[in-house]
Write a protein that binds this ligand. Structure first.
Ligand SMILES: [Zn+2]
Length: 661
């Protein structure tokens, strides 16, 4: 396994010196790395980011195995929760012997329900077991009053990843639909034995999902926070969608008769009501049973796991099932992940990394502040709001000061499925209990061991879990220009999200309130038009085009992030220090940035990402971003004839650009 973990730290063997930096910087910086690190069979994509994730998982495995050994840890302690979870999840003999029996009570509840009248109660029962058919019930900060938590009902119910998978006539999606149908038929066979009626029933279920897909919003549409914010009341919902017994559903979750609610996609829910009323109960039951069996499959015995993997394989091109311990570690994260996180930071996170990261953060922030003061296209009033928002931006680094409490959750060594269901019920009840409350400032939305970061618009807060503060993102042993090019660019990226096409819709207090004038809006769009054209002109492997509308937000953040981090590095004075391996400090900065995105994606997985992921493909994140960074051209002494020469750089966040000249 350890050979896989090489290449996280920067080395000059990552490079492909046969390619000129100005021709294809992604290949120049990463060609050697990509050749030395092919996609492992059990992954659909691989890169430094994934390699770090995998290394992290190995560390978690160590902790899980140790916790399993510590039988008799105090009930409710992180070691007990994690150790017993892992012991039950790794007990293959018990899991194989149980087959699908663990889900029998829920299947019987579906079978006995009186539909559609009993749908509210039945959905609540399934939600309590962690299965959310038709839609997702959850909570959020009220977009217009960030100091209170409200309920949210969100579109859902699909077994395939996105609406296009049901509606697009392209052969790629047609193949996915065929694989999905085979998958559902096999679920019915595993449950009830071979029967010629399964195919017809499974087709009807796909038909029902297709109708849901038809009225689902696209990922690009969901990027507009106004489009997914519709304050509603329970009474209003009952009037609007009378076909679902909402009061039964909410009372089963012990919610009051009336409470504040965001009905994220009203059109979806109206259609859902009519659809439920017009569908035969037998098809509704088949749909609910299949959603349950599908969600449970990864936790059941091997025929179920294999069938589930066959679907994943068709959708992503993954070649091999991941080892059990790794699947278990991933499944644990959303359910009891903070208990494991507590053990993780104690063992693996050096306290000094918190302080160094905070220093880079503050230098990036003060760079952004100065740029904002000089942005020519911002009106004085908008500038004032932006500066206030930037000053009130908070950051959390490494781990929460207070860890999440799992009081009341029973995890034991008897049944994996039993643990999953109790933890799912506990998580949902924990969330729903917040409705009407003020948000808890200590709450994190990623576990500390996560290799990722986020900006939360309703909190105006940036969070960098301990998991991301290691190579390639942060390396305590590298010269500081490396860290500015790596975690510094990530910090800059996340910071600009607070002010970009989404973030500008939230004010300094985290409320949905547009603080831009019509003129700002017009000037900003005029400025980014050229970036949209740039993305529209890109063709990646196989001649595939990109969807600029889906990618613009992340693309602008990448440009802003690199540009801010570079200037922050210069201002911090660390650029005067030495570079590495014959590269100047400035060159090392850009190599570090490119190193973050080294890696490959299988072709099918690439299709999935192009349809759903708002982040551009890796090669675009490097090459197209750097075309907008004049300092990149200078660092590598590019000439105007080279493809990546920043000829017409655009940086809406005040970096040196053609517009400003
Ligand atoms: Zn982003």
């Amino acid at each position: 396994m350890s050979d896989r973990l090489h290449g996280l730290r920067f080395s000059s063997s990552n490079l492909n010196r046969d390619v000129a930096p100005g021709a294809d910087f992604y290949e120049f910086a990463n060609g050697g790395w990509c050749r030395a690190n092919p996609i492992p069979e059990d992954y659909s994509r691989w890169g430094t980011f994934m390699a770090l994730d995998r290394k992290n998982q190995e560390q978690l495995r160590q902790l899980l195995e140790e916790a399993r050994e510590s039988v008799g840890a105090p009930a409710g302690s992180p070691r007990q929760l994690v150790g017993d979870w892992y012991a039950a999840a790794m007990d293959e003999a018990a899991i194989e012997a149980a087959g699908w029996q663990p889900v029998r009570p829920l299947l019987e509840a579906i079978g006995a329900a009186d539909l559609p009248g009993g749908l509210g109660t039945l959905c609540a029962t399934l939600e309590t077991a962690g299965i959310q058919p038709f839609f997702e019930l959850s909570v959020q900060q009220d977009a217009r009053d960030s100091q209170r938590i409200i309920g949210v009902l969100y579109q859902g119910g699909l077994g395939l990843p996105e609406r296009e998978y049901y509606l697009d006539p392209d052969p790629f999606f047609e193949n996915a639909r065929a694989a999905y149908l085979r998958y559902l038929i096999r679920l019915l066979e595993l449950w009830q034995g071979v029967d010629s009626g399964h195919e017809g029933l499974a087709s009807q279920v796909v038909g029902l999902e297709r109708e849901l897909a038809r009225v689902s919003m696209t990922p690009a549409e969901q990027r507009d926070p106004h489009a997914i914010y519709h304050p509603w009341t329970v009474t209003g919902l009952t009037d609007e969608v009378p076909e679902v017994a909402w009061s039964d559903l909410f009372s089963a979750h012990r919610l009051p008769e009336e409470f504040p609610l965001n009905l994220a996609q009203p059109a979806f829910f109206r259609r859902l009501g009519r659809l439920v009323a017009g569908t035969e109960p037998q098809v509704l039951k088949a749909y609910l049973s299949l959603r349950l069996l599908s969600a449970a499959s990864p936790v059941l015995s091997s025929p179920w796991v294999e069938n589930h993997f066959a679907l994943v394989q068709s959708l992503t091109g993954a070649k091999k099932l991941q080892p059990r311990w790794l699947r278990v570690a991933r499944a644990l994260d959303p359910l009891v992940g903070f208990a494991l996180g507590q053990l993780y930071v104690e063992r693996y996170f050096p306290a000094s990394s918190r302080e160094r990261t905070r220093r880079i953060f503050e230098n990036v922030r003060s760079t952004f502040r100065d740029r904002m003061t000089h942005l020519s296209w911002m009106s004085a009033k908008t500038r004032q709001s932006a500066l206030e928002k930037l000053d009130r931006l908070t950051t959390r680094i490494g781990y929460p000061d207070r860890f999440r409490d799992y009081a009341g959750l029973v995890i034991d060594r008897r049944s994996y499925w039993g643990n999953v269901v109790r933890a799912g019920a506990h998580a949902l009840a924990y969330d729903l209990a917040k409705i009407g409350q003020e948000p808890d400032p200590e709450e994190w939305f990623m576990t500390p061991q996560t290799v990722n970061a986020y900006y939360h618009p309703s909190r105006n807060e940036m969070v960098f879990p301990a998991g991301i503060l290691q190579p390639p993102f942060f390396d305590p042993e590298m010269p500081e220009p490396y860290n500015y090019g790596a975690i510094g660019a990530v910090i800059g990226h996340e910071m600009t999200h607070g002010f970009d096409d989404q973030g500008r819709k939230y004010d300094a207090s985290g409320n949905l309130a547009d603080w831009w004038t019509a003129d700002d809006e017009r000037d900003f769009h005029a400025r980014i038009g050229r970036l949209r054209d740039q993305l529209a002109g890109v063709r990646i492997r196989g001649g595939q085009a990109l969807n600029p509308e889906l990618l613009m937000g992340e693309f602008i953040a990448d440009i802003g992030g690199v540009s801010l981090a570079f200037e922050a590095m210069q201002r911090a004075g660390v650029a005067e220090g030495e570079g590495l391996a014959g590269f100047s400090a400035e060159q090392l900065f850009f190599l570090a940035f490119a190193h973050l995105w080294a890696g490959e994606v299988r072709e099918d997985a690439q299709r999935l990402l192009l349809a759903t992921d708002p982040h551009p493909p890796s090669v675009v994140r490097v090459n197209e971003t750097l075309k907008n960074i004049p300092a990149f051209g200078r660092a590598f002494a590019l000439t105007g004839s080279e493809p990546l020469y920043p000829e017409c750089p655009v940086d809406p966040w005040g970096g040196p650009s053609a517009d400003a000249a």
